[in-house]
Structure formats: C-alpha cells, structure tokens
Design a protein around this ligand. Structure first.
Ligand code: KG4
Ligand code: ZN
Length: 358
C-alpha cells in the first residue's frame, strides 16, 4: 500500500509518500520564510503561501518518489487543528486528487501525525507514553492505538514551543525561537538565573509555561534603564545564560510531570515500556538527552523521531494516513476541516465508514 500525505496546518507546506514497509519514498518540505519579519506566523500570509506552493511541492514529491499519481492508494491531509486557511488549502488539494484518481481520502489530525511518527521511524508498539511538545500543543498522553489516546496532562496556558518562541522574541533572537534558544544555550550557564517550575504541587500531570515566560521578561526588564524590554541592553553571555536557564526550566517541568504520568501509565499497562517524544520541541538536543536519561533511570525504551521529522512535515501525515488506511479508516469527501480538534476525541470509525473506496 502507498499513501500520499499533505501538511499545511501552520507555516510548512509539505508532502510525502510512504509505503506499508515503513519506507519514505519521497518527501518535500517548504518552510515559509515570509513570516520572519513579523516574529510569528501570520495566518493570511500562510494561507496564500500554501496556495502558491502546494502544486510544486506535490509535483516534487512524486518526482522524488519516481511515482505517478495513479500509483498511490490513498490521499491523506492534515485536516486540523491549525490555521484554517492553510488547512483548507491542503484538504482541498487532497480531496481533489482523491476525487480525480478515484482513491480514498483520509482526514488526519495533525497531532496524531506527530504522535504516530515514532511508529514509522522506530517501530514503537502500542501502548506508549508520549510527550507531545509543539508550537501550539503540550500534552502527555498514552497512545493506545490509532485514534485512541488518553490524555494524562496538558498545558493550562502556553505550549512549550510557544514559550520558546516568546522568550526568543523578547531576547531579539528571531523566529522560530526554539532552535535559536537551543543554539545560544550551548554557551550559557544554566544555573545562573533562578526560574520557576510551575504547578509542581498541583498533584496532576498538567503543565504551565506562562509564569516562566513572565519570570524571563522580568530579568530582561532589569537590563533596561526604563524597565522596557525594547530598551534592554543584554551582554551576549547574559543572553546565553538566560537561554540555558530557561531551557533547563522547561525540561525540568516536562520531566517532573512525565515522572508522574509514568506512574499512571505503569498502573494501567504494567507491560508498557515505551517513552516517546514528538512535535517541534522534540528537535531540542538538550531535551532529548534529558528524556534519554529519564528512560534509562526508569528502565524504559526511549524513542524520538529524527530531528527533521519532529517539526512539521509531510511524512507524519502520510504515515498516520497509512496506519488508518491499513485499518480501512477512510473519510468522506465532505469532511470539514477542524481548526480545533482535540486528540482524545479522535475516535476511530468503523472500517470504511463514509469513505469512498478505490
Ligand atoms: O511541531 P511544530 O513544527 O509545529 C506545530 O505543530 O506547532 O513545532 C514548532 C515549534 C516552534 O515553537 C519551535 O520554536 C519549536 O517547535 N522548536 C524547538 C526546536 N525546534 C523547533 N523548540 C526547542 N528547540 C528546538 N531545537
Ligand atoms: Zn506540528
């Protein structure tokens, strides 16, 4: 079986083709640079850019895979959550192809795409404990099966990636902030600044990053003569130290709540032994090392997709499409994109329900 996947829910226009032997036959990602001057993604600009690039990205993906459109068995598209303009572009392209080729369409929850990537790259078996950390989401879940997720914890305010982006913006490091902070942090002292680890006494697995962001803001303000961060003059070493201290605080918070979630995972699945990380923040080398250490201490197998498959890409959508296609889980062509689409309401449908068959 061969599945094409299309991703367009934020600022990457991407497509990929995978087969059921876990092979990536072709992939193409275009990161939109149009947003850089704004320090964040501008939805209208993103939608137009997806429209401008989607055809070329698809053509390039087929070329790399040395396949013709007729060779694929199903077309999957990220159908939410995300920016509605961009999602609509990808969904419309996928539906048009499916209709023209007479192949099934599969609506993929973007988060499910992230969540299942490690099954493609590391052959992880269900049920696994997943830390899903991206620009818009930060959740700890048990992945029991395709479309079967139990959320143990979530952020009550900012997502981890969002916090990286906001802190980078305050420090004038540019967008996206995660890679910039990671780079600066390599030269920094991670214990110079004392930063909070929010919600440690909440007794649950929820997370919070807005207090941490505010604490960083206060430090930056203290370097401005008028307490205005725009006027702050920060020595290079101070920027590095803030980045290192912030990165450590984020990792500490995530690890602390993962340890709590692990108790729950083990109670429910004593045979479970897999810890997986996914989403853009999973590209962070420091966080990956900390998770590896946690797994070693707890006797778990740690899996993380390669860095290029942590941030948004077409492969994750194609693979989630494959997992669904293999189970006959197709969608109707009147599926409406869902800008909001919680992962734990992503229940599987009966095989083939409402779908068109090839
Ligand atoms: O998964 P993703 O590509 O898009 C969403 O679905 O949100 O994640 C993007 C997020 C951004 O916030 C970006 O700053 C963060 O992932 N990110 C990182 C790193 N690379 C990307 N955060 C920390 N360290 C990184 N190396
Ligand atoms: Zn994503």
């Amino acid at each position: 079986m061969i599945v094409l996947g299309i991703e367009s829910s934020c600022d990457e226009t991407a497509a990929a083709i995978v087969n059921d032997q876990r092979q990536i036959l072709g992939e193409c990602v275009l990161t939109q640079l149009e947003h850089k001057p704004f320090g964040g993604v501008v939805p209208e600009i993103a939608a137009r850019a997806h429209l401008d690039h989607i055809e070329d990205i698809l053509a390039e993906t087929f070329k790399k895979a040395r396949l013709q459109p007729q060779d694929i068995d199903a077309v999957a598209a990220a159908s939410g959550p995300g920016l509605i303009g961009g999602v609509t572009v990808g969904v419309m392209a996928a539906k048009s192809l499916a209709l023209a080729l007479g192949k099934p369409f599969i609506a993929i929850n973007h988060l499910e795409g992230h969540a299942l990537t490690a099954r493609l790259t590391c052959n992880v078996s269900y049920p696994y404990l997943l830390l899903l950390v991206s620009g818009g989401h930060c959740q700890i879940l048990i992945v029991k099966n395709v479309g079967d997720f139990e959320r143990l914890g979530t952020t009550i305010d900012d997502a981890a990636g969002e916090a990286f982006d906001k802190v980078a913006k305050m420090l004038g490091l540019g967008y996206p902030g995660g890679p910039m902070i990671e780079k600066a942090a390599t030269l920094g002292n991670d214990s110079r600044f004392v930063l909070p680890r929010p919600l440690q006494n909440s007794g649950d697995c929820n997370l919070s990053f807005s207090g941490l962001k505010t604490a960083v803001r206060k430090i930056i303000e203290s370097y401005a003569p008028d307490n205005n961060i725009e006027h702050a003059i920060l020595p290079k070493q101070t920027v590095a130290d803030i980045c290192a201290s912030f990165q450590k605080a984020v990792a500490d918070s995530l690890i602390y709540k993962l340890q709590k979630a692990l108790v729950c995972y083990r109670q429910k699945y004593p045979e479970g032994q897999n810890l997986v990380v996914a989403g853009g923040v999973a590209a962070n080398t420091y966080l990956r090392a900390r998770l590896q250490t946690l797994a070693a201490t707890e006797g778990l197998i740690f899996s993380a997709p390669p860095v290029r498959l942590c941030t948004d890409n077409g492969v994750m959508i194609a693979w989630a499409g494959m997992e669904r296609a293999l189970r006959g889980m197709f969608d109707s062509l009147d599926f409406k994109p869902r800008p909001r689409w919680p992962l734990d309401t992503n229940a599987p449908k009966a095989a083939g329900a409402g779908g068109i068959k090839a």
